[in-house]
Design a protein. Structure first.
Length: 316
């Protein structure tokens, strides 16, 4: 059988301490040299965080697609249907999900989930340096064996050709992801149909409620129209009465002003009449004095001439 494995790297660069990378390969010895830039072509994603150390790899997958499915779920635990529920709540405090402790914990959780728990898988650690990170990890199934062996000594019953390279195009990654989520899609079809039916029922209910609300609003408007018209007529009557009252008050004030002006003119005319009467009496007295020959006809005393014509009586 062919060798397919998924591996876990950690960066030895002090700037990227605990940073990890998960990948798939058919030749781990050659692949780690590509990641570290020793041979080309290499992985572009890991070129900025070199050097890298391979921590562990899992092998024994029956097909390449199953290995790629395992790789994708290991890289995306919060997207995988099988691992999502565990990643969301039951892992406790595992720190940064991109760091080494979390990636090792996800690995052992996956080994206990179907279908991977039924595969004839094996685990190989390169060293014991990271075994202290296994304290919170569950034990793998009894048929999954673990070993510790550096890459220079590992064979696992397989023969590796140094010229063999990974044929891992993007379409195979897409195929693995589609198969990983295909069962979820099939199980969700019925749920989607039910959800669509529920949405249609909700839409009908909302339309019925909106029509009822509109009819209620129309009835309320019709009932309110007479009251509105009555209020408008009252406003008009009150405004007309207030305007008539204002006109009456204006007329009364105008009449008062006219009477006052009439009184003033009457008083002035009376004073003029009095002055005219006085002048007439003076003229008559002067005429009588003149006729008496310089002697006042009233007091029989000589009069003093005031003007050429009018003579006034000298008696105080």
């Amino acid at each position: 059988s062919k060798f397919y494995c998924c591996y876990l790297l950690t960066s030895l660069n002090p700037k990227y301490k605990q940073h990890t990378y998960i990948g798939f390969t058919v030749n781990p010895k050659r692949r780690i040299r590509q990641h570290n830039g020793e041979i080309t072509p290499g992985a572009k994603k890991t070129s900025t965080k070199r050097p890298w150390e391979m921590v562990v790899f899992v092998y024994g997958f029956p097909t390449k697609v199953t290995a790629l499915q395992f790789e994708w779920a290991w890289q995306n635990p919060y997207k995988s249907r099988r691992l999502r529920s565990i990643a969301d709540g039951s892992l406790g405090s595992i720190g940064n999900i991109l760091h080494l402790r979390a990636k090792i914990r996800f690995l052992f959780e996956m080994l206990n989930l179907s279908p991977w728990s039924s595969y004839p898988l094996s685990i190989n650690w390169l060293t014991q340096a990271h075994h202290h990170l296994l304290t919170d990890c569950p034990q793998p199934p009894s048929h999954i064996h673990a070993s510790i062996s550096p890459l220079t000594e590992f064979s696992g019953g397989y023969t590796f050709n140094e010229s063999s390279d990974d044929s891992n195009p993007e379409d195979e990654h897409d195929e693995a992801e589609e198969e990983e989520n295909s069962e979820e899609g099939e199980e969700g079809e019925e749920g989607e149909e039910e959800a669509q039916e529920d949405e249609e029922l909700l839409l009908h209910q909302q339309s019925d409620e909106e029509s009822e609300e509109k009819s209620d609003e129309q009835e309320a408007e019709e009932a309110e129209r007479p009251a509105k018209s009555f209020r408008v007529s009252r406003r008009r009557r009150s405004s007309s009465s207030s305007s008539s009252k204002g006109a009456d008050s204006n007329r009364r004030s105008h009449n008062r002003n006219q009477t006052a002006t009439h009184k003033d003119t009457d008083g002035r005319s009376k004073e003029k009449q009095k002055q005219k009467k006085k002048q007439k009496t003076r003229h008559s007295n002067a005429a009588s004095v003149a006729m008496a020959g310089g002697v006042c006809a009233t007091c029989s005393l000589p009069c003093i001439p005031a003007t050429d014509v009018i003579l006034y009586c000298a008696k105080p």
